[in-house]
Design a binder for this molecule. Structure first.
Ligand code: AMP
Length: 201
């Protein structure tokens, strides 16, 4: 695997509730690169009641993906921002093969490519328990049991096959996402080291 150590472009995959968001922040802090979470951008827009938020909300509340016509240009615009020059971590994007192709083309225009894809592999029933607990704390509109189960289904159907696309390019590393936040982080740190990515000063 060749990794662009000076400006790494990393993807973080994982089923809903896999702890993606938490680990994404850790990776971003560690490497001093921005973490770009499409889910978070949508939630911020929903909260601020923007046009984008209103469009996204209809899909998110049902556990459906926001259409690519909304999501792809939003990501492309974010990738134009100056802070991405030194690399970035994408959390929750791409989620489908179509999005992966879109990302490839968007990056190719800048002579860039995805360097490393980390997938957090988790136990589904355990994760559903986690999410229901989070629902009590955060009150996310997509954290009811039926919507969670639907999001899991969509993950298996659309996102897992996408992981194969990166596996075929020798970019996918699957790690055990179960255990404490620190245990999972240690595994991620080892993967980053293996890819030649060290803690930024
Ligand atoms: P997340 O915070 O990553 O769990 O995302 C929450 C929700 O936002 C998802 O269930 C989708 O409805 C929507 N979403 C996030 N990322 C994407 C994406 N790449 N494509 C389509 N919808 C997305």
């Amino acid at each position: 695997m060749t990794t662009n150590a000076s400006a790494p472009l990393i993807l973080l995959l994982g089923a809903p509730g896999s702890g993606k968001g938490t680990q994404a922040k850790r990776i971003a802090d560690y490497l001093q690169i921005p973490a770009i979470s499409t889910g978070l951008i949508f939630r911020q827009n929903i909260k601020a009641e923007t046009e984008l938020g209103l469009r996204a909300s209809r899909f998110i509340s049902k556990g459906e993906f926001v259409p690519d016509t909304v999501t792809n240009p939003m990501v492309a615009a974010r990738l134009e921002a100056p802070d991405v020059v030194n690399g970035c971590l994408l959390d929750g994007y791409p989620r489908t093969l179509e999005q992966a192709h879109y990302l490839r083309d968007a990056l190719a225009k800048r002579d860039r490519d995805v360097d490393l894809v980390i997938e957090l592999v988790t136990d589904e029933e355990e994760v559903i328990k986690r999410l229901l607990k989070r629902a009590e704390i955060e009150g996310r509109e997509d954290d009811t049991e039926s919507v969670i189960r639907h999001r899991m289904q969509v993950y298996h159907q659309l996102t897992e096959p996408m992981a194969t696309y990166y596996a075929d390019q020798d970019k996918l590393i699957q790690i055990d996402g179960m255990g404490t936040i620190d245990e999972v982080w240690e595994r991620i740190e080892a993967v980053l080291a293996e890819a030649g990515l060290q803690k930024a000063n």
